[in-house]
Design a protein around this ligand. Structure first.
Ligand code: SF4
Length: 452
């Protein structure tokens, strides 16, 4: 699992009206913002707009096109997981799903909106894409490439869970054309991994790291989560050192989010949780430590969550944060086409039935206004830690420093950002809680909307 701009908490599991429940010392909730307007504003009513969008030819000024594929399988469900994943599907069911995914991609390839439009980025996310057997994965990639050649693809990301990898499987993944391997380590301490219900153990991480470097991917990203259940300063410092030793091109650090639909949130709410949970201030302190320590080791800040080395880029993220179109494929996926957001059904049976009936499995959508798109790009780019007003002036003809003058002044007053000629810079304190600042820029009608 890597936090992606396409996804949010599993939309089939309702959250209370506020997505964050404040408590004296510990909080259950989620502040991660991956899209705008909030998912709760998407509806069946806008499906006709999505249908019209995909049946229209792309305009001359159409943005870059990407594809996200959701692989919803995991060996075991983590205690804090809120994604649409299955841990009980057998090999035949996985094969059936991959076939359905390939048919969904074929369907998109036949639609007017994708004609003469090369794919620029591809993202295999989950769940656990590396859960799929090498043979089925190769068949799936062949089908995708037949529908959408990868000649112009600049980046193909593939998420992996350490315990699902063998050296031959990693070699196969490399040969398929994956350029960016993202390893969901999350933590190096076995006790923490076990407490959080992760499927892998540290020896599996240690085993795959040399293979990744020997096989050689254009980019290797390693994910960490600050504030997992049972975390202490000692375990976190050790994990950060091991992440540095892993010699990745980028290290992504999240603060543990606990939406209400996770196992651990339920245990916390009903008083049966037997371990303490870190509060947001503690998680921010650990996050800050990781950024500072990685900085000393030669990494630089690429976003609130990502530290990179050298010329490492992340095209998927940067494209989406600048308004790219993306085909969201697979159960529960989110996509965006010609100004219309869309989400596939999160129900396994409904997904397969729609594909069998030659229908796209989209079940809710949201037409965005130019103002929505301006706000969306503004808040997503805010996560990089800096806003350049000239970008928005050129694209939207709006001076964002004036347009957002009130929330910018308010956040500047709280020490979260500084204003400069031509832009905005988040302070370090602002960067560490970037997502919690973003609703201040929402249109008033969406400010208190439920997230999903
Ligand atoms: S690896 Fe864990 S957190 Fe990630 S999708 Fe699977 S069950 Fe959820």
């Amino acid at each position: 699992m890597e936090r992606k701009s396409h996804d949010g908490p599993d939309a089939t599991r309702p959250e209370p009206a506020t997505s964050r429940l404040e408590m004296a010392e510990t909080e259950v909730g989620s502040v991660f913002v991956s899209n705008y307007p909030p998912y709760s504003r998407w509806s069946e009513g806008d499906l006709t707009a999505f249908d019209a969008a995909v049946h229209a030819a792309p305009g001359a000024d159409a943005p870059p096109l990407g594809m996200y594929l959701h692989i919803p399988f995991c060996r075991k469900r983590c205690r804090f997981c809120y994604f649409r994943v299955y841990t009980d599907k057998n090999a035949d069911e996985v094969k059936t799903y991959c076939e359905a995914l390939a048919r969904e991609i074929d369907a998109y390839a036949a639609l007017p909106i994708t004609q003469d439009r090369p794919l620029r980025f591809v993202y295999f996310g989950g769940g656990t894409p590396s859960y799929i057997a090498a043979k089925h994965l190769a068949e799936l990639v062949q089908r995708i490439q037949a529908a959408f050649p990868w000649d112009n693809v600049e980046e193909v990301t593939f998420e992996c869970e350490p315990g699902t990898l063998t050296r031959p499987k990693l070699e196969n993944i490399r040969e398929l054309g994956i350029t960016r391997l993202s390893l969901g380590v999350e933590h190096f301490n076995d006790h923490i991994l076990q407490l959080n219900g992760r499927a892998h153990v540290s020896t599996e991480i240690d085993r795959v790291l040399p293979w990744i470097h020997e096989i050689g991917f254009e980019q290797f990203n390693l994910d960490l989560i600050a504030g997992m259940i049972g975390e202490t300063w000692e375990t976190w410092r050790d994990t950060v050192e091991k992440a540095i030793d892993a010699d990745a091109d980028s290290v992504t650090i999240y603060q543990l989010e606990l939406p209400f639909n996770t196992r651990v949130s339920k245990e916390f709410m009903d008083g049966t949780l037997d371990v303490p949970l870190a509060d947001w201030a503690q998680k921010r302190a650990w996050h800050q430590y990781a950024i500072e320590r990685l900085g000393e080791a030669g990494y630089v800040i690429s976003s609130a969550y990502t530290m990179v080395r050298g010329d490492c880029t992340f095209r998927y993220r940067d494209s989406l944060w600048r308004g790219a179109d993306m085909l969201g494929t697979g159960v529960s996926s989110f996509g965006h086409i010609s100004g219309v957001h869309a989400q596939n059904t999160a129900n396994w049976t409904e997904y397969l039935e729609a594909i069998a009936a030659d229908r796209l499995p989209v079940n809710r959508a949201k037409t965005t206004t130019p103002q929505d798109r301006l706000i969306r790009e503004f808040i997503l780019q805010m996560k990089t830690g800096a806003i350049e007003a000239s970008y928005f002036d050129e694209k939207f003809g709006i001076d964002v420093l004036e347009y957002f003058a009130d929330p910018l002044a308010e956040l500047a007053g709280r020490g979260m950002l500084t204003l400069r000629a031509g832009g905005v810079d988040l302070t370090f304190a602002g960067l560490l809680q970037a997502d919690s600042l973003l609703p201040a820029f929402y249109d008033v009608e969406h400010q208190n909307a439920r997230y999903t």
